[in-house]
Design a protein around this ligand. Structure first.
Ligand code: ASP
Ligand code: MG
Length: 473
């Protein structure tokens, strides 16, 4: 069995966790004879701290680059120092980590003089997090007697466009390159250890795939080498019927389909990069989400045709908190083709992402939901470019949540919407906006954020999602 295993940043953030992780890899290799390709994220918190540092540079805040570098080098060296026992390997690992930190120091020195971090240089800076973590993992595995090869995403063969910060892989070339590079290692019984999240464009510049991108790296590689499965190891038991912090009896889902998982990822069950499933859907490679802290649990399997749980109408209730709603209106909008295009184009030009849209059939208003951080900017763009001409008013509600009810069993079943809104109405919650895509996999609506948790709890109960999975079989 050939498995691409991706490890998140919480799996390597201490000596003990790194040791546990190498145990897991070794176990599947030795006891089960798996061929494993490891993909790893940066150590928990590292990507965030690089972003904090670059924000400080861009906004001319006073910061100490030396302190930052010291923190990074100490924390990584501490893990390596405690986890690697063979003297020779330990000194090689220390040397490798120090070398990477020194390179980072040089880059930061240059950027600090310019006092500007461009998207291109930001991607280069971000790549250091994964370079450090994958180096650690590669040496820790060697210390256990595995033969490994450390590879950056670029060295593994992942080629992307030059959209820094959210680069997309050029799949045809990537597949060819990755297959050539990785299969030859596997044939020689070598375990490739690959940096998640980072790749390179056609000019050799470092690119990143977007936050949480290591999941995406794993599925890109799985599709390229025709893996049997891709496992995303994390620190939760799997995808759940709801956020367990909101719903006490939330359950882990045994199986979900690719399309359901995609809806869940987009709607805040944020265990995955939103494009994670793209590369594997076509080839039907199943994904498992598993808990590295408890490998006795089987986790959630994401696949083309789930079996047991398909009896459920609704599978999960998720929410995107901290969103804002903008309502643009004006009687001139009615019957004027191109109005929506103008609104969305104005926002798109400034990179504002819209989560949800709805237009009333009277055409005199369009509502949209955005991340809270984008609302202020969006309002000023709309006011500057369109107010008084295309639109007459812009209203904002800055404290809303989007709740999404997901499940392929909803398709073609009557009365689901009635049950959803009935349950919400019984809690006296006002529904502000509604959208259902014609795929009927997902019904999403907007409520005031203070009502969000009550609405989720009510829906979880309405669809009896607290029942154990095995009770359904
Ligand atoms: N280190 C990157 C991030 O924090 C990628 C990942 O964790 O998957 O977004
Ligand atoms: Mg991460």
């Amino acid at each position: 069995m050939r498995v691409v295993m991706k490890f998140g940043g919480t799996g390597i953030d201490s000596c003990q966790n790194l040791a546990n992780l190498t145990d897991v890899i070794s176990k599947y290799k030795r006891e089960r004879g798996y061929e494993i390709v490891a993909v790893v994220s940066a150590v928990r918190g590292v990507t965030d701290s690089i972003l904090e540092l670059t924000n400080a540079i861009n906004t001319h805040k006073s910061i100490s680059i030396d302190d930052f570098l010291k923190r990074q080098s100490t924390s990584h060296l501490e893990i390596v120092g405690g986890c690697i026992h063979n003297k020779e390997l330990k000194s090689q690992a220390i040397q490798a980590i120090t070398g990477i930190v020194n390179e980072l120091k040089e880059v930061l020195g240059g950027i600090f003089i310019l006092k500007e971090v461009t998207p291109k240089s930001l991607d280069y800076l971000l790549s250091f997090g994964e370079r450090l973590s994958a180096t650690m993992l590669s040496f820790a595995l060697r210390d256990r007697g595995e033969i490994t090869e450390y590879l950056t995403g670029k060295e593994a063969g992942i080629l992307t466009d030059s959209n820094f910060g959210a680069a997309k892989p050029l799949m045809d070339t990537t597949k060819l390159r990755v297959r050539r590079r990785i299969e030859s290692l596997l044939e020689q019984k070598i375990t490739p250890v690959i940096t998640g999240f980072i790749a390179s464009d056609q000019n050799g510049n470092v690119t990143t795939l977007g936050r949480g991108g290591s999941d995406y790296t794993a599925t890109i590689i799985a599709a390229s080498i025709n893996a049997d499965e891709a496992w995303l190891w994390t620190d939760v038991d799997g995808l759940m019927t709801a956020d367990p912090r909101i719903v006490r009896d939330a359950q882990v889902l045994n199986q979900v389909s690719f399309s359901e998982a995609m809806e869940m990822a987009l709607f805040g069950a944020k265990y995955m990069h939103p494009r994670t499933l793209e590369p594997v859907v076509e080839s039907g490679i199943p994904i498992r989400i598993r808990n590295i802290r408890d490998i006795s649990k089987v986790g959630t399997m994401i696949l083309q045709n789930p079996s047991d749980e398909s009896k459920r109408i609704v599978k999960s209730i998720s929410a995107i908190r901290k969103t804002g709603l903008i309502d643009v209106g004006g009687t001139a909008m009615a019957g004027a083709p191109g109005t929506a295009a103008k609104i969305f184009e104005a926002l798109a030009k400034k990179d504002i992402n819209i989560i949800m849209i709805s237009q009333s059939p009277s055409e005199s208003s369009i509502s949209m939901v955005l991340r809270k951080n984008d609302v202020e900017k969006a309002v000023s763009i709309l006011e500057m470019s369109l107010l008084g001409r295309v639109i007459k008013k812009v209203e904002v509600n800055n404290n809303v949540s989007v709740i999404a009810v997901v499940g392929s069993g909803m398709r073609g079943i009557q009365g689901v919407a009635a049950r959803i809104f009935g349950a919400v109405a019984r809690e006296k919650i006002n529904v502000i906006m509604i959208a259902q895509g014609s795929s009927q996999l997902n019904l999403a609506f907007v409520v005031s954020d203070e009502d969000c948790e009550t609405a989720i709890q009510a829906l979880h109960k309405e669809f009896d999602l607290g029942r154990h999975n095995h009770e359904l079989q």
